[in-house]
Each structure stands twice: as C-alpha cells, then as structure tokens.
Design a protein around this ligand. Structure first.
Ligand code: HEC
Length: 126
C-alpha cells in the first residue's frame, strides 16, 4: 500500500466512523457536527482534515485545493456560504473551464448537506 493509499484509507475510516456514530444519535445532532461528518466524507480528501488544503489527494491535482480556513478573510465581502455554494455548484471556476479541478457536487449533495458543511466551515475560519 502506498503512502497515499494509507492516507486516503485513514481518512475514509475516520469519516465512516464519525458518520456511523452520527447516525446512531442522529435526531439530537447539531448541524455543525453533521456538517463535520459530511466534510470529512466529501471534502477532506482534497482540502485536508483541518481544511487547510493539505488532503492526501492535493499533491495529485494541478490546482491546489483552497485553504478553507481563510474563506472569510479572503472573501472580499463574499460570505463563507456564498463561496461554498459557488464551489459546490460549479459557478466558481479557476482558469479555463477544463482546468476546474474541484468536482461539481450539486447533483450529489442535498442542499441541507451543503448548509451543514457550511455551518462547520464557519467554525474553522481564522
Ligand atoms: C478532488 C478534490 C476536491 C474535493 C473532493 C473538494 N474540493 Fe474544494 N477545491 C478543490 C480545488 C483544487 C480548489 C481550488 C481550485 C478551484 O477553486 O477550483 C477548491 C476550492 C474550493 C473552495 C474555494 C472556492 C473559492 O471561492 O475560492 C471551496 C469553498 C471549496 N473548494 C469547498 C469544497 C467543499 C465544501 C467540498 C466538499 C463538498 C470540496 N471543496 C471538495 C478541490 C476539491
């Protein structure tokens, strides 16, 4: 197993462990905790467990994944929610369209999930 595989596996296991724990007591879970689990599952492979753009897949991408802890600081007035929404639905593009290396999630993620991920990301802004 390569280092990358080990890293991805560790992330996946963490994500699944958190996700199944969440399912166990889902009713009383707050949005930030659900958002954390969704984030680990859908986003951390690229953006890193702590959101700093250092996930195990980052080295393989042509465009470095953004540091999501500075979304507010670097937003030029755009809110964290706006930036997350635009990234997830594909309106935000870097360079040419075919160089946009972040997958578009809008068809796979429910709005509720995106909102919960946003709630989590708000808590890690510097
Ligand atoms: C396959 C790797 C990959 C995954 C998975 C991924 N991203 Fe990204 N993301 C990127 C890259 C690369 C960039 C920087 C280039 C760009 O903006 O397209 C980025 C940029 C962003 C930005 C910054 C946009 C801006 O305004 O500058 C946000 C917000 C973001 N991602 C959120 C997310 C969320 C939320 C998830 C999970 C639902 C996610 N990303 C999953 C690779 C990824």
């Amino acid at each position: 197993m390569t280092r990358l595989d080990a890293g991805r596996l560790a992330l996946l296991v963490t994500g699944l462990a958190v996700a199944s724990q969440l399912q166990a007591d889902s009713g009383q879970m707050d949005p930030v905790r659900r958002g954390t689990a969704h984030y680990l599952f859908f986003c951390a492979n690229c953006h890193g467990v702590n959101g700093q753009g250092d996930g195990p897949l980052a080295a393989l991408l042509k465009i470095a994944p953004s540091d999501l802890t500075v979304l507010r600081a670097s937003g030029h007035g755009e809110s964290v929610a706006e930036r997350v929404m635009k990234a997830v639905d594909g309106r935000h593009k870097v360079g040419e369209a075919d160089e946009h290396k972040m997958p578009v999630f809008s068809e796979n993620l429910e709005m509720k999930t995106v909102i919960e991920i946003t709630e989590y990301l708000k808590t890690i802004q510097k």
